[in-house]
Design a protein around this ligand. Structure first.
Ligand SMILES: Cc1cc2nc3c(=O)[nH]c(=O)nc-3n(C[C@H](O)[C@H](O)[C@H](O)COP(=O)(O)OP(=O)(O)OC[C@H]3O[C@@H](n4cnc5c(N)ncnc54)[C@H](O)[C@@H]3O)c2cc1C
Length: 574
């Protein structure tokens, strides 16, 4: 029997989608700003146990040291982003990162590593002119999320765990958001949550690529919902690949997971299938070049066919001394050993792996979007990083803008009221989710997932051109049609993971199509986006970002509100 309306309707003042750094910071700030309001965090997984903030290894960029400055952090961010960042967003990031790290330490109880003199230890990360990455060993994200989750649990903040958001529902006059439709994954029931303000913080996640780093719960659901709601998304062609994903075969989920950047930083070599070092042929900085440069060089080498048994390349650390490597990279050595590799003394197979989406929903420095009442923060948002994200700016982004969103939503709802949802939109959303339950020949989703992984990896990946992007668009459309025809093998609704896989794939295909369209529109190579048919970076002064809405891409000029190409905010720079 097809449900026509949600089984249940709940009501809250502020509804937060996702419990990563952005979602949890938003919840704490909204609650602190207005304790009388009801705040609810709804999440696909379990609060504190899912998302990528928990997976942060390296650390958090913040200009704390006396010799460093927010101007320097800002310039590194703008230059790293190849001048495509929204400068007001980037400025807010670098300024408020200082407040957030103090709050994490002094109010929430995070213990970050310290120097012998008691100051916070800050390490080097690629693409930065100062060592400004705060960390807790190489498990920084666990420290941050555990402390945030404890604080949320201790307060009167509502939780809807294992609740998957499936549609943003406008009010019946179409003028604002009225709430969000969910599937309670435990029962399979539809739940509509009315809210005066909603935060989209589902964390993007480029898991449409064959090799990827993010957690499995991240399938671009938020971005797909935003596209369907008619919101503009920017910089969608900008997908960051991390050069050293572990390559251990198709039988293990460890394939794709990150071997940290510090290995290359410490002097590790990349070797091809013939065990020859190749990076010096591609860039003067060799293995220490930025992520985009190294990933491109690796992909080019792989295309020549000179690869390892699993089709990748090797990382070699042995020349640095096995004992020293084990001491410095204990976690990485153990991770590799689990997969049968000897990182300290031997060779480990690696492959570039999709890591982060710079693109996302267009938003203002106060986290508002084009839809009144809908706010966005974290990896679902676009514009902070431009064409490339610096390592360490991801978790800064989610915590900084999560907190801003919490404060702003608390202020917004004081003059807002609940709105009636558009009934037709609710019905249409339920009908969409019900589609795979109709009767028909059931099949496996695996071949469809493999097709998606292949087309994105081969044609919309590290190297792109007009022909590959055009062919990808056709393949993605046919994949979407195949998903529309798909029938589930069982009508069970409770924890029906195949149903959720189908929904995951629908989101991923919709967002993949946006990536391919934006990549076709940018006829130049910038940051993470490389067109073999347009290898030049184009004029920095004429920089424009892609904005996609209702399937149409527009190039919009970047406003150099603080600094223009060729200028700097730093004093005493020749
Ligand atoms: C392995 C790895 C290492 C990293 N290391 C670093 C680092 O050292 N430094 C750095 O700055 N950045 C790092 N990053 C990037 C960083 O993790 C992210 O930029 C940031 O944490 C994203 O925060 P977020 O709150 O936007 O999303 P997340 O923390 O990913 O949270 C997203 C949340 O949304 C939920 N969700 C998803 N879909 C739905 C749905 N449909 N309904 C309800 N809830 C949903 C998820 O379950 C999750 O709770 C790393 C990323 C990875 C994958």
């Amino acid at each position: 029997m097809v449900p026509k309306t949600p089984h249940k309707t709940l009501s809250t003042d502020i509804l937060i989608l996702g419990s990563g750094g952005a979602g949890l910071f938003a919840a704490l700030h909204a609650h602190k700003a207005a304790p009388e309001l009801s705040v609810t965090v709804a999440v696909k997984g379990l609060l504190g146990k899912c998302g990528c903030t928990r997976m942060v290894q390296g650390g958090y960029n913040v200009a704390l040291a006396r010799e460093d400055s927010v101007e320097r952090h800002f310039m590194d961010t703008i230059q790293g982003g190849a001048w495509l960042s929204d400068q007001e967003l980037a400025w807010k990031l670098v300024v408020l990162a200082i407040e957030r790290i103090r709050e994490l330490e002094n109010e929430l109880g995070c213990f970050f590593d310290r120097n012998p003199d008691g100051t916070v230890h800050q390490k080097a990360f690629a693409g930065q002119t100062f060592d400004r990455t705060v960390h807790k060993g190489d498990l920084t994200g666990i420290e941050i999320i555990n402390r945030l989750a404890e604080q949320v649990w201790a307060r009167d903040i509502g939780r809807l765990e294992e609740h998957r958001a499936v549609e943003l529902i406008r009010s019946n006059d179409g003028q604002a958001i009225s709430g969000v439709l969910f599937i309670d994954m435990r029962t399979g029931e539809y739940v509509f949550v009315r809210a005066k303000a909603v935060l989209l913080a589902t964390g993007g996640g480029p898991t449409m690529y064959r090799y990827h780093t993010p957690s499995g719960d991240k399938t671009c659901d938020g971005l797909a919902m935003a596209l369907r709601a008619g919101l503009p998304l920017r910089d969608m062609e900008m997908v960051q690949f991390h050069p050293t994903g572990l390559l251990a075969g198709t039988h293990t989920r460890m394939t794709g997971t990150v071997l940290e950047e510090g290995l290359r930083g410490a002097g590790g070599y990349l070797l091809n299938g013939a065990k020859e070092r190749f990076m010096p042929r591609y860039d003067a900085k060799a293995e220490r070049a930025t992520r985009d440069v190294v990933s491109r060089a690796m992909f080019s080498e792989m295309r020549k066919g000179n690869t390892t048994p699993h089709g990748g390349l090797y990382i070699s650390m042995g020349h640095l001394g096995a004992q020293e490597v084990t001491k410095q990279f204990k976690g990485m050595v153990e991770r590799c050993a689990d997969c049968g590799f000897d990182l300290a003394g031997g060779l480990v197979e690696v492959v570039p792996t999709a890591h982060y989406m710079m693109g996302g929903v267009e938003f203002g420095p106060d986290c508002t979007t084009a839809l009144p009442g809908l706010f966005v923060a974290g990896e679902d948002s676009g514009g902070v990083h431009g064409a490339n994200r610096l390592g360490g700016n991801g978790v800064a982004n989610s915590t900084v803008f999560g907190a801003v969103a919490g404060d702003e939503m608390a202020a917004w709802v004081k003059s807002a009221s609940h709105r009636e949802p558009e009934r037709a939109a609710l019905d249409a959303a339920i009908e969409f989710c019900e589609r795979p339950f109709r009767r028909g020949a059931a099949a496996s989703l695996e071949p469809l997932r493999d097709r998606l992984h292949s087309v994105m990896w081969e044609k919309v990946g590290i190297l792109r051109d007009a022909a590959s992007l055009q062919s990808a668009q056709a393949e993605l459309q046919s994949l979407d049609e195949a998903l529309n025809d798909y029938c589930l093998p069982t009508p069970v609704r409770e924890f029906n993971l195949t149903w959720h896989d189908w929904l995951n794939l629908k989101s991923l295909v919709a967002v993949s199509r946006a990536i391919a369209l934006a990549a076709a529109a940018r006829r130049e190579s910038r940051g993470a986006h490389f067109r073999t048919d347009f290898p030049d970076s184009g004029s920095l002064e004429q920089s424009a970002f892609t904005s996609i809405k209702d399937g149409v891409v527009t190039m919009k000029p970047v406003a150099f509100t603080r600094v223009a190409p060729g200028q700097t905010l730093l004093r005493n720079v020749a």
